[in-house]
Ligand binder design. Structure first.
Ligand code: SF4
Length: 391
């Protein structure tokens, strides 16, 4: 099926269609076309370059959104986040049948348990728990991570994928550098002129990029950038600039993002769909490409709550992001029961308070449908920022 991307609204409708399609038709179509393997990956980071180099389509799984949960609840207690239930639901209702397996990066205990359940529920599918290191010495954590990547690579071959070749990996790094560079460019443009890049549009493009091959993602991002850069009809409004943090795994509903924008917030930085921004710069293309991926993971990754950092480093990083983005306030916006986000929050709140930055906090679930309370809270926050900044 071809889609009309001749104008901005056509491009965004296509992105929204990909975002809402929990049956992953685009992945099924890609498999029919190419005969390749498709592997799902849970948030937040997996080296998609490695998968693509072996002709595998990496498919980001970000939960079930507003989908009704029928069987998934039976697998989990009530006091944990929502994304594992909806992921199980997608697996059990056949939505993920097109996937040849799933990679579960080490994010938290919930994801670790989910990877074990997947092994039991879907025998015959590739399941890999990507045990990313928390030791960043190349001789220790680096060697461990390299081994783990090679282990994953061998499993892909055992499931019918192409063996890993150096030049193919290098080419995949070049392609993802381009895609991730475009995402960074869009984030930069939004920092400078947030009225040109509304977050609900940028978010749809990020989500769409999770289910298509990298060259398609590049084409979509390039088109969007070209549309909005020259769009003089999008004019600045008197909105409060906010940085949204905590939404790196289970994602908020699109309606929540739109609500924040409608209540007077320009979101000028966020934690959504971090896979394309996890590594801060281009991965070097000289030398051994597998070493380059490992080195980038060790020494060029963001200060995620799922990653060990020196004490105070995460608070300092958040304050730096506020300064860089020109945000006037911080909204701590995390999924309910998200341990990594909520355990870091007291420390990062303390850093923000020390720096005199206004902040507010609320929690969400991916299937939330009512935003009245958040609308009032965010609206009041945005109004008070405008009052303080004008004082
Ligand atoms: S939302 Fe938080 S607690 Fe839940 S799986 Fe993701 S990182 Fe883990």
């Amino acid at each position: 099926m071809t889609h009309a991307h001749d104008d901005l609204s056509g491009l965004l409708s296509h992105a929204e269609e990909l975002y809402r399609d929990t049956s992953f038709s685009a992945v099924r179509a890609w498999k029919r076309r190419t005969g390749g393997l498709a592997l799902g990956f849970m948030p937040i980071y997996v080296p998609r370059e490695l998968l693509a180099a072996q002709d595998v389509l990496p498919v980001g799984l970000m939960g079930g959104g507003e989908m009704e949960i029928i069987r998934g609840d039976a697998y989990y207690q009530s006091y944990i986040c929502h994304i594992p239930r909806s992921t199980i639901e997608l697996g059990l209702n056949g939505s993920l049948d097109a996937l040849d397996g799933v990679v579960f990066p080490a994010i938290c205990d919930v994801i670790r348990n989910l990877s074990g359940m997947w092994t039991m529920l879907f025998p015959g599918k590739l399941v890999h728990y990507l045990d990313v290191p928390q030791d960043f010495d190349p001789a220790v954590g680096g060697a461990f991570y390299r081994d783990d990547l090679l282990h994953l690579s061998r499993k892909i071959v055992a499931h019918g994928g192409r063996p890993l070749e150096t030049e193919r990996l290098r080419a995949a790094i070049v392609a993802y550098n381009r895609a991730n560079g475009l995402v960074r460019e869009l984030y930069e443009l939004r920092r400078e002129q947030p009225w040109k890049v509304p977050t609900h549009e940028l978010y749809l493009l990020l989500r769409a990029g999770l289910v298509v091959p990298v060259d398609e993602q590049i084409a979509m991002l390039e088109r969007y950038l070209a549309f909005v850069e020259d769009d003089d009809e999008r004019r600045p409004m008197d909105q409060a600039r906010v940085l949204l943090t905590g939404s790196f795994c289970e994602q908020p509903p699109l309606g929540l993002i739109k609500t924040l924008e409608r209540t007077g917030c320009y979101i000028v930085d966020d934690d959504f769909v971090q896979v394309g921004r996890w590594i801060r710069h281009d991965v070097p293309t000289e030398g051994d490409p597998l070493d380059a991926l490992v080195e980038a993971f060790l020494h060029d990754a963001i200060a995620s709550p799922t990653r060990w950092c020196e004490s105070e480093a995460k608070g300092a990083d958040l304050v730096r992001r506020v300064e860089h983005s020109g945000a006037e306030g911080v909204i701590f916006c995390a999924p309910s029961f998200c341990d990594p986000a909520l355990l870091d929050q007291p420390m990062t709140v303390a850093a923000v308070e020390r720096a005199g930055i206004p902040w507010t906090a609320f929690k969400y679930a991916e299937n939330a449908g009512q935003f009245q309370v958040i609308r009032e809270q965010a609206g009041t926050f945005a109004d008070s920022i405008k009052l303080w900044s004008g004082a």
